[in-house]
Design a protein. Structure first.
Length: 84
């Protein structure tokens, strides 16, 4: 994507996306975690939960793309004033 680690790290990008998907777009945290490929920590959970949430993840990623397009176009941005 062209960012250096001084500007943005992959972990930071994932954390930002995780936060915005939950807070701004009100996406289900289970679906977000599945999209981020986070593994279930519990051995029983890994053995029995094979849910992929594919339909929900597809819808979430389209909402994410639409949200980023709006931000790029200047919509839904809160202007900040510089402090003198």
């Amino acid at each position: 994507m062209g960012y250096t680690s001084e500007v943005q790290t992959w972990h930071g990008f994932r954390a930002t996306a995780r936060t915005m998907l939950a807070e701004r777009l009100e996406c289900d945290p289970l679906v977000i975690e599945a999209q981020l490929a986070h593994a279930v920590k519990d051995a029983n959970g890994r053995a029995y939960n094979r849910t992929t949430y594919l339909k929900q993840r597809t819808e979430m990623m389209q909402r994410w793309a639409d949200y980023l397009d709006k931000l790029a176009a200047g919509a839904d941005v809160i202007p900040l004033r510089a402090i003198a």
